[in-house]
Every structure is written in structure tokens, then in C-alpha cells.
Write a protein that binds this ligand. Structure first.
Ligand code: GAL
Length: 409
């Protein structure tokens, strides 16, 4: 037995010796059909792989609703055993306050650094050299999802990029089809803004603003084109009156809308509706213009608890969530890519294969949660909610955006 393996066995033996079947409350915001199925795959892995019980603490709504609830419970001394958050900077303050369990020993014992791919995922769980979360997937947000039914009924070919999509919109509208499905929530409108940005200005200019926080570029002529593109997209989404992202996906599934700009979790909804990628719907990473994906996604954090048994059980759960078996079962249901580079995903569908190829080719970018503080993200999402829901001009929105970038941390 090598050293790492020995340490791993020791760490888990320690965990197991202290832990006798604990009830582990797990909070997350996976409440759509596809998400619930993926969460159930994790619950099964934990229940079958340990003596503990996954007590499901799903919080209805989006991350924007769930995160403040999760954070205030931890701050208020009522921690859950484990919680989903997006990996990146969302838990930064909780970690700094000493409220999250340090997983470094387990991560080292199990050699997470050797198989987590790309390494940015583990970096996003690490603060001052210590690991505080277990990354469970890569979810990217630069995808255009298209309904074959919608385009067929308008007598059109399925577009192969955003520009063709915009050109096809009038023909869809003539048939009473909403071109762009859009849930009326700032985080969804911000996803569309960010995906359009990369499509319109390309990765290098996007990087200058989002990674380097260059407010002059944000206020400049290249970015002006992005805000014009949003004004166009806003018109295409005028008749989309749903709120939740999965209801917008459902408009695409049922052919009521031509397409949706959304993260690859949309795939979980197509899957439970038994739609087949490439036959019933098409997914275009990078909106078909710039084939890149970001390395956003989900991670589990384990709030510090007094109870030693729960503490030991938390480590066991972390170990299971990143195990090969759980990674395959969960990610196939979720539509996300696994965090391990050492598992076989040959059963993944067309869209996941596209994502895996981009990942293998290195076409990855940091996500908003990795680049920006939670506060900056919220300011941008609030601006997008206002921009999409009003007749705010491209110029005004750009000015406000540039000043957020100027103050971004
Ligand atoms: C994201 C999360 C995904 C998915 C999505 C919509 O924040 O990373 O897993 O759940 O929200 O709920």
C-alpha cells in the first residue's frame, strides 16, 4: 500500500470509527425535474456507500433565492451538514470567518489534486492553501439550445449559430413562436449577456473586462456592440413571460420557443422529456460562434458543526461525492461534466461530448463566480434584470455596467 493510500484509509477509518449513522441535512437548489433526478443520484450514492442518511433540504427557486437562506443559517448558528454552492468566491467570507470545515487532509489523502480536471476547480475550493469544498461538476453557461420542432414548423433549417438564429426570428414569429425563451430573473438575463459578450467581442476582449476588470474596455466601442446585441435579444424575448429557467427550457422542449440561452443544466430537462440531442434539439456551445465553455459549476461545502459524529460523516460524504461511481451517475443526470479526468463517459450524449471535447482542447474560461466577488455578481445581475425588463438604452446600460466594473473586486 502506498503512502497516499495508507493516509486515505486512515482518514476514512477515523471518520468511520466516529460516525454511526448520522442524519445529514443537505441544502441545494436543485428542484427542477432534471436537477431533482441528479440530486437523487447523489442521495443514493451516500445512502448506499455510508451508514448515513441524506436528508434532502432542497430550497425551491434559483441560487439567488437559496444562497441567502443557506448563508444566513450558517451565520446564524443553524448549520446544515452539507450544502451546494457554486464553486468560486461565494463562500469566501464564510471560510474567512472559520465557518466551513477544512477538507485538506481528506483531499490530500485521496489525491484530489491528481485527478481533478481542470485544476481550476480545486483552486476554486482552496483558500490560503487549504481546501474547503469538494467540486462535483463543471457547468458552463455559454450554450444556445434550439428546438427542432419550432424551426421545422417555420420551414427553416436549425441555425448553426446566434447570427443565423437572429435572422430566423421573423419567420418563427409569423408562426406564433417566441424566438427566444427567457426567464425573467437577473441571473438568467446575465447568463445571456455573458454568452452574447463572448460571441460578439471574443474571448480576449471579454477577458480584459471580466478577468482584468478594465472599465475603459467595458465602456468602449467593442462592448457597445454587446449592449446593442442585448437590445436585439430583448426584442426576441418580448413574448416570453415565464420566470423559472426550466419553464423557459420547457418552451423549447414543446416547440413554443425557438431557443434559449442557458447553462448546460438545461440538458437535464431535455433528458427527462426523453428528447434526443441532435434529433429533437440542438445545443450550440459558445452560441455556435466561439466554442468555449466556462469552468463554473457546483461544489459541496460542509459547515463547521459541534457534533463529532456529524463531522466524521461529512468527510465520508465528501469522499463519496467525488468518487468515480457517484461522478458518473450524477453528471449523466445533471448534464454537467465530471470533475475527474479519469472516468469513462462514453455513454454521454451529443451535447456532453461537445463539452468534453472543448474541455480536452483546453477551451475553458473561468466562470463569473470564479472571477468576481458575490457582491459584484449581484450588482451585474440586478442591472441585467432592469435592462431586460425595461426600455433602458444600450448606452445607459453600458455606462452603468462600466462603473460596476470600475469598482469590481
Ligand atoms: C446553477 C447551478 C446548476 C443549476 C442552475 C439552475 O447555479 O450551478 O447546478 O442548478 O443553477 O438551478
Amino acid at each position: 500500500m502506498n503512502f497516499t493510500k495508507k493516509m486515505m484509509t486512515a482518514a476514512l477509518a477515523l471518520a468511520a470509527s466516529a460516525a454511526h449513522s448520522a442524519d445529514l441535512e443537505v441544502t441545494h437548489w436543485w428542484t427542477s425535474g432534471g436537477e431533482a433526478k441528479a440530486a437523487a443520484a447523489f442521495a443514493k450514492a451516500v445512502t448506499e456507500g455510508t451508514d448515513h442518511t441524506w436528508v434532502d433540504g432542497a430550497i425551491a427557486g434559483s441560487g439567488g433565492t437559496a444562497r441567502p437562506i443557506i448563508i444566513s443559517r450558517i451565520l446564524g448558528g443553524d448549520p446544515m451538514a452539507a450544502t451546494q454552492l457554486n464553486h468560486g468566491r461565494q463562500a469566501e467570507e464564510l471560510i474567512e470567518a472559520g465557518l466551513m470545515t477544512d477538507l485538506t487532509e481528506l483531499a490530500e489523502a485521496e489525491g484530489w489534486a491528481d485527478f481533478v480536471n481542470p485544476t481550476a476547480l480545486l483552486d476554486s475550493c482552496t483558500l490560503d492553501g487549504r481546501v474547503y469544498c469538494v467540486p462535483v461538476n463543471i457547468h458552463s453557461a455559454q450554450w444556445l439550445w434550439l428546438s427542432h420542432d419550432a424551426f421545422e414548423s417555420a420551414g427553416l433549417d436549425v441555425p448553426s449559430n446566434w447570427n443565423e438564429f437572429v435572422a430566423a426570428a421573423p419567420a418563427l414569429q409569423e408562426k406564433g413562436i417566441v424566438p427566444l425563451a427567457m426567464g425573467q430573473q437577473g441571473w438568467q438575463q446575465n447568463i445571456a449577456f455573458a454568452a452574447l459578450t463572448i460571441a460578439v467581442v471574443g474571448v480576449d476582449t471579454w477577458r480584459q473586462v471580466t478577468v482584468e476588470k478594465n472599465a475603459d474596455v467595458a465602456a468602449g466601442p467593442e462592448y457597445a456592440k454587446v449592449f446593442e446585441a442585448v437590445v436585439d435579444a430583448r426584442k426576441l424575448a418580448e413574448d416570453s413571460n415565464v420566470q423559472d429557467w426550466n419553464l423557459a427550457t420547457n418552451m423549447v422542449i414543446t416547440g413554443k420557443a425557438g431557443g434559449q440561452i442557458m447553462g448546460d443544466w438545461a440538458q437535464g430537462e431535455f433528458a427527462i422529456a426523453e428528447q434526443v440531442a441532435g434529433e429533437d434539439y440542438t445545443c450550440l456551445p459558445g452560441m455556435g460562434l466561439n466554442e468555449v465553455i466556462d469552468t463554473g459549476g457546483d461544489a459541496f461545502y460542509f459547515p463547521v458543526v459541534d457534533d463529532l459524529e456529524v463531522k466524521a460523516a461529512q468527510l465520508e460524504m465528501a469522499s463519496i461525492l467525488i468518487s468515480k461511481e457517484a461522478q458518473v451517475a450524477f453528471n449523466l443526470a445533471k448534464g454537467s461534466l465530471p470533475v475527474r479526468g479519469d472516468i469513462d463517459l462514453s455513454t454521454a450524449n451529443d451535447c456532453m461530448q461537445k463539452g468534453l471535447k472543448i474541455l480536452a482542447d483546453g477551451g475553458v474560461l473561468p466562470s463569473g463566480d470564479q472571477n468576481l466577488s458575490a457582491d459584484t455578481q449581484t450588482q451585474i445581475e440586478d442591472l441585467m434584470a432592469e435592462f431586460w425588463a425595461s426600455d433602458m438604452t444600450a448606452e445607459d446600460a453600458q455606462g452603468r455596467y462600466a462603473s460596476i466594473v470600475a469598482d469590481a473586486d
